[in-house]
Design a protein around this ligand. Structure first.
Ligand code: AMP
Length: 178
């Protein structure tokens, strides 16, 4: 596999922190400057796909919406398919669904019933691990379809929110940790 074209430190320098978005108290990690820079974007994909050879993964699952960008690019690099996990009500065909708790209330994510074959070797990729609710719900959908989750990878992890606690039993890797 070629060497990554940029380091985690290079990528971290480009991530823009936006205080109080979308609500007071949230430090939003804006990854659009990473996407806009060809070297950083491809470096981020190299790092997310690191450790996997083309052909060793059947599908990369990405989470609505920023996760799609990274998961789809990693899928083409690994010569794997791409599978979306979407918010409830967006996918056109028959779905399986998973509820998860938010700070206030709950949310539901969905995946097509036939998106993954039993035993499929899959990676789950999202832009950011915060409390872990979203990615744990996505992993639960993948398990409902009896997929083999090889790894869950994030560009960014907010470690102080202990999201990894919700992903126990899965290999979890993040490129940049705050
Ligand atoms: P969680 O379910 O708490 O792990 O939240 C993860 C999802 O929310 C990810 O898909 C992120 O895109 C988004 N998210 C949560 N916190 C932030 C943050 N501080 N900056 C940017 N995105 C965030």
């Amino acid at each position: 596999m070629p060497q990554p074209t940029s380091t985690p430190a290079d990528i971290e320098r480009a991530i823009r922190n936006v205080p109080d978005f979308p609500q007071p108290g949230i430090q939003f990690k804006d990854i659009t400057p990473v996407l806009a820079d060809a070297r950083l974007f491809s470096g981020a994909i190299d790092l997310l796909a690191d450790g996997f050879k083309p052909g060793s993964v059947d599908a990369v699952v990405g989470i609505d919406a920023r996760g799609f960008i990274f998961a789809a690019a990693a899928a083409t690099k690994l010569q794997a398919g791409f599978v979306p996990v979407r918010k409830k009500g967006k996918l056109p065909y028959r779905t399986i669904e998973q509820d998860y708790a938010l700070e206030y209330g709950h949310a539901t994510v969905a995946m097509h019933v036939d998106a993954l074959k039993p035993g499929a070797r899959v990676l789950l990729i999202d832009d950011l691990l915060a409390t872990g609710g979203t990615s744990a719900a996505a992993a639960a959908l993948m398990q409902k379809l009896n997929a083999n989750i090889l790894e869950i990878a994030f560009l960014i992890e907010l470690k102080f929110l202990n999201g990894r606690d919700k992903l126990k039993g899965h290999p979890v890797r993040s490129i940049i940790v705050y």
